[in-house]
Design a protein around this ligand. Structure first.
Ligand code: BG6
Ligand code: MG
Length: 225
């Protein structure tokens, strides 16, 4: 049983947008009279816009009605989109493009599994829309990570069984989702925050074809057990 597909999270894995989500949420929290730290921000990674807002309101001890919450989520998204509109392909994270090219030489199929409702406009801005054969984003899911729905839909879209897939994620909740989907989970970033992953790499930088082959073979071994 081999690996046939790789499913990538978007924010913080393909593009450096995790910082834009953080800045926009922080601006919103500040406008409500409180602040939250980068450590608190880890809880927001990978979860939907409305769930992120609930977490933030919890941090600030704020209780609001539904209409107020919708207005705040829309405000945060407007701020986030201001950042997205200025993006260029320079904001693709280092090593991503050669990594995708190396996967293609190994006949690995490529999909996106993101909670973001802004995934398509973001991919268009950085000229990567065509790199993904299947795109499952926040407009196509009903359940947020750590629920495995987004990754299972991506595998289904490719027509590949979950146990032939690798997921790349920068969020602990995304790693949890990948594991619940019975996929091999690669964490991108800090090994302490992503301790549940099968393996953690700091980034795609310095990864060559040999390392890609080794990764595919370790994932195959783990998923066969
Ligand atoms: C995820 C991000 O990819 O998308 C979260 O990690 C974000 O921080 C979520 O809240 C939803 O994004 P959007 O663009 O639909 O608000
Ligand atoms: Mg992410």
């Amino acid at each position: 049983m081999n690996i046939h597909a790789c499913i990538f999270d978007l924010d913080g894995v393909i593009v450096d947008t995790a910082k834009y989500h953080y800045r926009s949420w922080r601006k919103l929290a500040n406008s409500l009279g409180f602040d939250f730290s980068e450590a608190d921000n880890e809880q927001l990674k990978g979860v939907s816009r409305m769930q992120s807002l609930e977490i933030i309101l919890g941090i600030g001890n704020k209780t609001l009605d539904e209409a107020e919450k919708q207005a705040l989520a829309a405000q945060k998204n407007d701020w986030f989109l201001e950042y997205i509109h200025t993006m260029t392909p320079d904001e693709i994270l280092p090593g991503v493009i050669p990594f995708l090219e190396n996967l293609k030489t190994q006949n690995i199929r490529i999909a996106l599994g993101s909670a973001s409702k802004n995934a398509v406009p973001t991919l268009k801005k950085v000229k990567l829309l065509d790199a993904f054969e299947v795109i499952i984003d926040g407009t196509k899911t009903t359940r947020s990570k750590p629920d495995p729905q987004v990754f299972l839909l991506a595998a289904k879209g490719l027509g590949i069984a979950p146990q032939h897939c690798i997921v790349f994620e920068d969020a602990a909740k995304g790693i949890e989702a990948a594991l619940s989907a019975n996929m091999y989970a690669v964490g991108l970033g800090n090994a302490d925050e992503l301790a549940q992953a099968h393996t953690v790499i700091p980034s795609f930088e310095h990864i060559n074809l040999e390392t890609v082959k080794r990764l595919l073979s370790s994932a195959t071994k783990i998923l066969n057990h």
